[in-house]
Design a protein around this ligand. Structure first.
Ligand SMILES: Nc1ncnc2c1ncn2[C@@H]1O[C@H](COP(=O)(O)OP(=O)(O)OP(=O)(O)O)[C@@H](O)[C@H]1O
Ligand SMILES: [Mg+2]
Length: 325
C-alpha cells in the first residue's frame, strides 16, 4: 500500500534577505550634484541661467560639471571664462581633478588652455578682462559659454558680446547655453541684478528683457517670428547650506558670520539688495517688502534630476532640449 501524502505545508527555513542594490556604489559616481539649487542649475534648460548667492554654495563646481553634459559629443564646443588669468588658474586646477575621472581619456592642452574629449568635444578655459579681449573670441562659435563670477564684469558688454558667439550647426542636438555664477556685490552687481534678479521671482524662468528699458527681447522686424520673445532666463539662488562639503566644516560659516554686516548679507545670506554705497544699505526684502510671493524653485521632474550624475563611463545629465530657448 502507498503511504499517504501529508497535506501539511512544509516550513522553509528563513534565508537572509540580500542587501539592497546600491546604484551609486555600483556605478562609482565621481560627481553628484548637491540636492536643491546645484541640481536645479545642472538640469536647467533655459538659454541663460545665473546661479548666484552665498559664497561656498558650490557654484563654481557646478559650473565645471555643467559642460560634462555635452563634452563627449564630437560637436560640443564650450568656453568657460573668468575675469583674469590668475582667477582662471584655480578653476583649471579643479577641472584637472574632476574631468579625467568623469571623461576617461580626456586631454588637457596647457598651450591651448583647452580640454578635448576622446570623441572630440572641446572646452576652452580662458579669461576675459577688458572689453577689447572679446576680439580673442571673434569668429568663434560655441554651444556652451560659462562666466564664473559674473559681477566681476563691470558692464554687460562681454556677456552681451559673447551671446553673438553662441551658435552651432548642431544646436538642435546640443542645445545653446549661457551659464553664469556669482556672489552678490562686485562692480557688476547692478547690471547683473537688473538682468537676472529683478524681472522675476527667484527660481522662475522668464523671457529675457532689455535691461535698459525692461522690454522683452523679441525676434526682429522681417524675421518669420517677428515680435515673438527670443529666449528665456532664470536665476537660481545659492546658499552655503546647500553645499554639505563646506557647510559641515562649520568654521567657514563662522568666518562669514564675522564679516561686516553688508558683506555678511551678501556672502552668507546671498542678499542682492545690499550693495556698497546703496542709498538704503539696511534694506532686506524679507523685512521691508510686505507681501512677497513665494514661488518654489522649479526644477525638472525628479526622475530627471536623479539622473544628473556623472560616473566613470557615462554622463546621464539629459536635460530637456525642447525648451531650450
Ligand atoms: N556636488 C559636489 N560634489 C563634491 N564636492 C562639491 C560639490 N559641490 C561643491 N563641492 C565642494 O565644495 C567646494 C566649494 O564649492 P565652490 O567652490 O563651487 O563654491 P562657490 O559657490 O563657487 O564659492 P564662492 O562663492 O566662494 O566662489 C568645491 O571646491 C568642492 O570641493
Ligand atoms: Mg566660486
Amino acid at each position: 500500500m502507498e503511504p499517504k501524502v501529508s497535506q501539511k505545508t512544509e516550513t522553509v527555513p528563513a534565508e537572509p534577505k540580500a542587501p539592497e542594490f546600491d546604484v551609486e556604489e555600483a556605478q562609482d559616481i565621481v560627481f553628484k550634484p548637491n540636492p536643491g539649487p546645484q541640481t536645479f542649475f545642472l538640469s536647467a534648460s533655459e538659454r541663460e541661467v545665473l546661479y548666484g548667492g552665498a559664497a561656498g554654495g558650490g557654484k563654481s563646481y557646478a559650473m565645471l560639471a555643467d559642460p560634462l553634459h555635452g563634452l563627449n559629443d564630437p560637436n560640443f564646443s564650450g568656453l568657460l571664462v573668468r575675469h583674469t588669468t590668475e582667477e582662471l588658474r584655480e578653476l583649471i586646477q579643479k577641472s584637472q581633478e574632476l574631468y579625467p575621472r568623469a571623461v576617461p581619456g580626456i586631454k588637457w592642452s596647457e598651450r591651448k588652455s583647452q580640454w578635448t574629449s576622446p570623441r572630440g568635444g572641446r572646452l576652452w578655459m580662458s579669461y576675459l578682462d577688458k572689453d577689447t579681449d572679446v576680439t580673442r573670441y571673434q569668429g568663434q562659435a560655441f554651444n556652451w559659454i560659462g562666466f564664473d563670477e559674473l559681477t566681476q564684469w563691470p558692464t554687460p558688454y562681454a556677456w552681451d558680446y559673447m551671446r553673438s558667439r553662441l551658435r552651432s550647426a548642431h544646436a538642435k542636438d546640443l542645445g545653446l547655453y549661457m551659464r553664469a555664477t556669482t556672489n552678490p556685490g562686485g562692480s557688476g552687481h547692478s547690471w547683473v541684478k537688473k538682468m537676472f534678479i529683478d524681472p522675476a521671482p527667484a527660481g522662475k524662468a522668464f523671457w529675457a528683457t532689455n535691461i535698459e528699458n525692461g522690454q522683452t527681447i523679441a525676434f526682429p522686424k522681417g524675421h518669420s517670428r517677428e515680435g515673438e520673445p527670443l529666449f528665456k532666463r532664470r536665476f537660481i539662488p545659492a546658499s552655503l547650506f546647500d553645499n554639505p562639503y563646506l557647510a559641515e566644516a562649520g568654521d567657514y560659516e563662522a568666518m562669514l558670520l564675522s564679516l561686516p554686516e553688508h558683506q555678511r548679507k551678501q556672502l552668507l545670506e546671498g542678499n542682492w539688495d545690499i550693495n556698497e554705497g546703496a542709498a538704503f544699505p539696511e534694506f532686506d526684502r524679507n523685512i521691508h517688502v510686505i507681501a512677497q510671493e513665494t514661488i518654489p524653485l522649479t526644477g525638472q521632474s525628479s526622475a530627471h534630476v536623479t539622473m544628473v550624475m556623472v560616473r566613470t563611463l557615462a554622463y546621464y545629465g539629459l536635460r530637456s532640449r525642447q525648451t531650450n530657448n
